[in-house]
Design a protein around this ligand. Structure first.
Ligand code: ZN
Length: 581
């Protein structure tokens, strides 16, 4: 067993806790930890929505299922994406036989470029559309040659040493999604990925329930199933119904039609394009992600349209409104996205006019309600007809309770592990499994980083492995540490305080200053003076000979912070500037 090399270990974010060192055999030498069973270690996606990564492992081999990212919370200023800590995978790199991808959503593929940099020569198994989307992401980072991508299709089986993995077609809000049946020396594990049951999907590719039933007949060790919509009773709507509803909403519209949809929902976009064609409207896409996804989907054969059906957004001004449909993003009210810019007259090519119809063919993601209602108000103010909160023009991509029950009933697993969801989703899904006669002791609500060891006899939760999050900053591939985030937060909400001081090189005596300059908030002359005096006093009394600049700055920062808090009740970002003369 050897430990991961430090330089390869990403810096971990705030969620990291003191944990034991990861067990691994990155050296590939004999002596790796032996265990009797199959070890399942989720590294992300449990008790949270996003960044799904799960490791399946025998004593000798490991496969990884999905490798997603998460978008940061509002308070994580300056962070673009959040990814799981891959230390555990890196420590076991020599065991890794491949990365298997269920579908092409960001929370399932978005962290691949980051994993690829840490685990060389990774083999990725994915269906054709997903492979196209992964290639696009890797190309953006100049990493397309760092991996081998093997395209598979539903019903294909991939054999990699201890594992034999079959891809099973499922329905979801993106084309070409699959569940995985993972055959291991200890039994079959079904990993659903995101799924729903849709008998009338746009592409006619209905979830392969007979395959799930076949595995159920032969005995399944464990089912890991999508919990996202476990609060929704009944069954999710089919895309066929959505198509009909959109058709009705768009028929007879006099002005231009603007529809916002999730950019990866290419079936929905195809539906909209078909309807546009039927009513003699040209299509303009607005938004880089929609353009990229439709291009990839068309190239890989998942979307069908003619060049003449499309016009660039910049050319839409010359088109009669009743001949135009714009498909756009920004349904969540994100201020920089296309639809909010149109609503604010900030869009270079599109103006909302009375008589236009705007359709939200998407749901409001929890947390975005305020910005969405603001956007809807602005659109009404422009005189548009707005179709929003209309359940008929959007269908969820995730199974509702009855579909989740169907999955459990077909697969009939010995063990049940709810995945993909916050804690309440996992809890409610486990209650659902209990109601279907899965014994309590065979249901496991896991945490990220918490391995579960399963064999024919028992299921056992093992001590936590290294886990956590890595915050990715800007276009770099590096993680930013939590202190950087803290700095940005205080800068944004509390302002900045710069303190200039000059000290004597000889004896550390304060020669000039401290001079306090602030930005982002005001201080009275009196308070400023008090703070400066206090800094002077404490700094002089704690100065020790031989302290380096860095230590002096740390000292000064601490003293200034304390004083600011005490005298002005503020916690700005503090920057001490110390000159030695
Ligand atoms: Zn998904």
């Amino acid at each position: 067993m050897s430990q991961p090399k430090n330089e390869k270990s990403p810096r971990r974010g705030s969620k990291s806790r003191p944990q034991r060192q990861p067990q691994g055999n990155s050296s590939g030498q004999p002596g790796a930890t032996k265990f009797d069973g199959i070890k399942i270690t989720p590294l992300g996606g449990l008790r949270e929505i996003g960044m799904n990564v799960t490791c399946y492992e025998t004593s000798k081999h490991m496969i990884i299922v999905d490798c997603g990212l998460m978008f940061p919370e509002e308070t994580q200023l300056g962070v673009d994406v959040v990814i799981p800590d891959f230390t555990y995978i890196v420590a076991n790199a020599s065991k890794v036989q491949g990365l298997f991808i269920t579908h092409g959503h960001e929370d399932h593929i978005g962290a691949i470029p980051f994993l690829v940099r840490q685990v060389p020569k990774l083999k990725i198994f994915a269906t054709r559309l997903v492979a196209g989307m992964i290639r696009h992401r890797l190309k953006e980072r100049n990493l397309e040659n760092a991996v081998t991508i093997i395209e598979v299709a539903a019903k294909d089986r991939v054999n990699v040493n201890d594992f034999s993995v079959e891809f099973i077609a499922v329905n979801h809000s993106i084309a070409d999604a699959c569940a995985l049946a993972i055959d291991t020396p200890h039994g079959v594990i079904i990993h659903t990925g995101d799924f729903k049951i849709d008998y009338t999907p746009v592409d006619g590719r209905v979830i392969d329930l007979p395959s799930f039933a076949r595995y159920g007949e032969n005995g399944v060790l464990a089912l890991l199933s999508d919990s996202t919509n476990t609060e929704s009773v009944g069954m999710s709507a089919t895309e066929g119904v959505v198509r009909q509803a959109l058709d009705e909403e768009i028929e007879g519209c006099k002005g231009k039609v603007i529809v916002s949809a999730f950019s990866s929902n290419i079936h929905r976009i195809q539906t909209l394009m078909d309807i546009a064609k039927k009513f003699g409207r040209k299509i303009a896409f607005d938004g880089r992600s929609i353009l990229n996804n439709t291009r990839i989907a068309r190239e890989t054969g998942y979307m069908h349209f003619e060049d003449e059906d499309i016009i660039p957004i910049k050319d839409t001004k010359g088109i009669a409104p009743q001949k135009l449909m714009i498909i756009t993003t920004g349904s969540q009210g994100e201020s920089l996205a296309a639809l909010p810019r149109m609503a604010n007259d900030g869009h270079a090519h599109v103006k909302i006019k009375p008589g236009d119809t705007i359709i939200f063919s998407s749901k409001t993601i929890p947390g975005n309600e305020r910005s969405v209602s603001k956007l809807v108000n602005q659109l009404f103010l422009k005189g548009a007809r707005v179709v929003y909160n209309n359940r008929r023009v959007h269908a969820s991509g995730h199974a509702y309770q009855e579909e989740q029950k169907t999955m459990i009933n077909l697969v009939r697993p010995k063990y049940f592990i709810p995945i993909h969801g916050e804690y309440r989703h996992l809890y409610l899904h486990s209650e659902l499994a209990k109601s279907m006669n899965i014994p309590d002791q065979n249901i496991f609500i896991l945490k990220n980083g918490q391995p579960l060891l399963l064999n024919e006899k028992e299921g056992k939760v093992l001590p936590e492995e290294v886990n956590g999050r890595v915050f990715i900053d800007g276009s770099s591939m590096e993680g930013v540490e939590e202190p950087v985030l803290m700095d940005r937060r205080s800068l944004g909400s509390q302002g900045i305080a710069v303190v200039h001081m000059a000290i004597s090189q000889k004896d550390g005596e304060l020669v000039s200053g401290p001079n306090l300059v602030t930005s982002g908030f005001e201080l009275s002359a009196q308070t400023r003076k008090e703070i400066e005096d206090e800094i002077k006093e404490i700094f002089s009394s704690t100065y020790e000979e031989g302290k380096t600049q860095r230590l002096l700055r740390i000292d000064a920062r601490r003293i200034i912070r304390k004083s600011m808090k005490k005298k002005a009740d503020r916690e700005p970002l503090v920057l001490p500037v110390i000159t030695e003369i």
